[in-house]
Design a protein around this ligand. Structure first.
Ligand code: LMR
Length: 328
């Protein structure tokens, strides 16, 4: 149930002294797991700013970063309960809700972020906003983070280097299959537990974007980062269909406008932040960057791509073909 609080606003009317008026304010909570200084963190903060500018006192948007409120496995049920109104889990985190979004985890599906944008902006990409409508969830935007890199405590140059190593993964069966394809051992784990798992050696490696490697300081506890760009880590902003449809139309329109502006703002910023934070990681001197030769890159592709066939049934071959056609 949406929490509304009554706020009393005071206005000084010339000649009449103090008059009081009261209005209902919509409190909107947005929970996410990354730091504020990331593409998602900045887009969420921008959404708050614009929503409050557009709608004034009618809304108050509260952003909860850093898994303060919920981890990604808890946030979707929390949205349905009305404990929070928005979340933006990575596209890898929806496996219990829909198999379709598994498309975004297929290794080497997108050769760059332009291909990702092309697919997300297409009718096929947008149709996935409704992939969880039977569960009461609606997607309201795709937010970029970027392409993932591999990190470990030993150099990963060839797929065989990953053999037998344990990798922390997001909760995705596609990602589990991707690591199994190179003989590695995937371990699903919450984002907030990853640093300490790397530090204590519970896992040997992980895959993530430059922004997450930087903001979570994974580079402090990983000796090598292989710039593999082998997969995507992006987000779907989701809300409860029932809550959204039940909003006062003026508020819904204002939030939709703020969301679309925040999406553009964050997605334009993501590449810049990625480049900047990649450089910070390299300049830290705490880890070693491995750049793959063309031949090594192809070896990883060859080793991991069979995963597509494993999941084409549940994702849909047509959807995969449409996404692959975005690589120009
Ligand atoms: C992860 O768990 O590695 C990511 O999904 C975290 C995030 O939200 O970027």
């Amino acid at each position: 149930v949406t929490k509304k609080i009554l706020i009393a606003s005071t206005a000084l009317l010339a000649g009449l002294g103090m008059a009081y008026s009261a209005s209902a304010q919509e409190i909107i909570k947005f929970s996410h797991v990354v730091a504020p200084n990331t593409p998602k963190g900045k887009a969420a903060d921008y959404f708050k700013k614009r929503a409050e500018e557009i709608l004034g006192d009618k809304v108050k948007v509260e952003i909860y970063p850093n898994s303060q409120l919920f981890n990604d496995d808890k946030v979707l049920p929390a949205i349905l309960r009305g404990d929070v109104q928005f979340g933006a889990p990575s596209l890898a985190k929806f496996g219990k809700w829909t198999k379709k979004l598994g498309i975004y985890d297929l290794p080497f599906l997108f050769k760059d972020m332009n291909a990702v944008t092309c697919f997300q902006d297409s009718d096929d990409g947008k149709s996935l906003f409704n992939a969880m409508s039977d569960k009461g969830l609606t997607g309201v935007g795709y937010w970029h983070n970027g392409l993932k890199q591999l990190s470990a405590n030993k150099p990963l140059r060839e797929p065989s280097d990953a053999k037998g190593l344990k990798f922390r993964i997001q909760s995705s069966d596609v990602l589990a299959a991707q690591f199994e394809a190179v003989g590695a051992v995937p371990q699903k784990m919450a984002f907030s537990e990853t640093y300490s798992a790397l530090q204590t050696g519970v896992v040997d490696g992980q895959e993530n974007t430059w922004s997450n490697i930087y903001s979570q300081k994974f580079y402090e506890v990983q000796d090598y980062i292989t710039e593999s760009n082998h997969g995507l880590l992006d987000y779907m902003v989701v809300t409860s269909t029932k809550w959204w449809d039940g909003l006062d139309p003026e508020i819904r329109d204002g939030l939709a406008q703020a969301m679309s502006e925040a999406t553009k703002y964050g997605n334009d910023l993501a590449a810049e932040l990625t480049a900047q934070q990649r450089q910070e990681v390299i300049d830290s001197g705490e880890t070693n960057l491995i750049e793959l030769t063309d031949a090594q890159f192809k070896d990883w592709q060859t080793a991991m791509k069979p995963v597509w066939n494993q999941f084409s049934g549940e994702i849909g071959q047509d959807l995969i073909d449409a996404a692959a056609a975005c690589n120009k």
